[in-house]
Design a protein around this ligand. Sequence first.
Ligand code: GLC
Length: 602
Amino acid sequence: MSKSVIGELLETNQRLALDRKPNSQVSAQGLLKWKKATFGIFIHWGLSAHKDLSGGYQGVQYDTLAEWVPFAAQIPMSEYKQLAQSFNPSEFDAQRVAQLAHDTGMRYMVFTAKHHDGFAMYHSKAHPFNITTATPFARDPVRELSEACQEQGIGFGLYYSHVIDWESQDACTKSYNSWDYDISQGNYQSYWKNKSLAQMEELASSYGELTSMWFDMGGFDLQTESEHVAKTNELIQRLRHHQPNMVINSRITSPEREHLIDWDIVTGHDNYMEPTKIKPWFWEGIATTNDSWGFNRYDQNPKRARDVINQLCTVVSRGGNFLLNIGLDHLGRVPQEIEQLLAGVGDWMQAHGNAIHECYANPFNGGFDWGCVTHNPETRTLYFILPRLPEHQLISLKGLNNAVCSARFMDDNTGRVGVLQQKVSDTTTHTQLTIQAPEQAFSMPQVIEVCYDGELSINNEVHQDRLYQVYLDGQNCYEARQGDKHYQWQFHVTVPGRYDVSLRSTESMHHKQPRWVHHGKRGIVRCAGSEQAFSLTMNELTESNAQVPWKDVLSHLATIEIEQPGVYTLDLNGIELSIDESDKYGSDMVNFESLTIKPSAH
Ligand code: GLC
């Protein structure tokens, strides 16, 4: 490994405030290449896209992810195998798919080489239940896609369901094929050795350099901890031997065993953008383009380009890569509405790609209520991404100590940006960007490109509050004690008066049924000598178009009276927020984004 690459990676880590996981074994080149690709396409495709399946079976529509229909419908494996005989996706065109990814601004691909149904989407010599051997189609999509990606200059990676496999009677796991097989008769070792491991070795050794191997549901293997750890780390070693530059994701194992396994990157929750606190490790946000991963013929719910772009920007500003999924249909086509959606994202990327590619996390020690920030240290550019016109047409940055050389909208037609910088102390400069732009320009997110002079220097001691509004988030939390659910922030008030405290959380509404799990949670706000109990209610939903499975929820917590200018402490007690480094926030935790303290509307 060359010295400069290690140097670059270390430097990158420092700039990103990200750590390489101590037991990660991917080469520095591989990790950096994956990180720099930043935006990728996930492709779910398999036998479950068959025209007699894809969301339903034998006249019954299943309210589950399309690739889980064989499980929900408990289709006997003998019957499922027969379906393979009429699976002929003759319109599949790998070059077209790779071109589409490229034109959308995506720089790597992850394709389902085998999903939970056990059907391999490549020519496997280890097992005959594969698209080349078992269908009239008889081609090898993995080969075709790997070649097409190479032509387009984009990275190629593979999803492989290593644990769950409904075809194999020996795959004794959680969510196994209980309708055909008796779990007590299964021999997991045999499945593991003869199918799973054998196929993964085939994949790692036959399709050139892979960007990533993407695992899923690794915690479902029903093995003891020591068996699981030995087996999984041995798998990683074997794969590493063929692919030293390939990143391996955390879903190879379960959250409880993550620290024992040598994976490289964290996989976010499905359709969830992670809280404000930037993950300490390299991570990837994943999202659907509608309500399913695999193609579902009943799904008429494509997201809007604007929502996808906001997700992309949010993830990148938090240090992640973004992997956006599409499902191919029974003929191997990209559904028309998804192609249109990607064209919208591609148009935006054409003008704003520099705000995404090779960009790293928001370098400020806090989030902003007007949008998010990405950073390219190489070109000394900060990108301010604005989903809407900022209030008062103003962005105020405290503690950016570099001289701003230029600030302009990436799309020149949007409007104009003025810059005012003022040194407020020896160590701190304040910068104000004033914006002249019409509201209509923000039908799509707009980006201000700010070039600075010298090495980036930010005084992160100061909070990014502005006007009389205080914006507190996970990164400037003064004290957090998870055990007794206690959090504390300090903030500065210059103008006395009545202030409303509200909490903003990002809620994953999952795939279909929107639900708000935190309703009714109770807590106490203490500030300026007063103590107020609250019960969480959803006061406002933003970015809600009933199509996006994650939404911003605003909950009013309290109104506080501040009599004197000064520094105050706000104490929040009683509810658990996901602001620490853990990603184990389940439905019990409020997926916290920020607290705002604004002049009272009441
Ligand atoms: C879930 C589903 C799976 C899908 C994956 C994508 O784990 O089980 O079907 O492939 O999410 O993240």
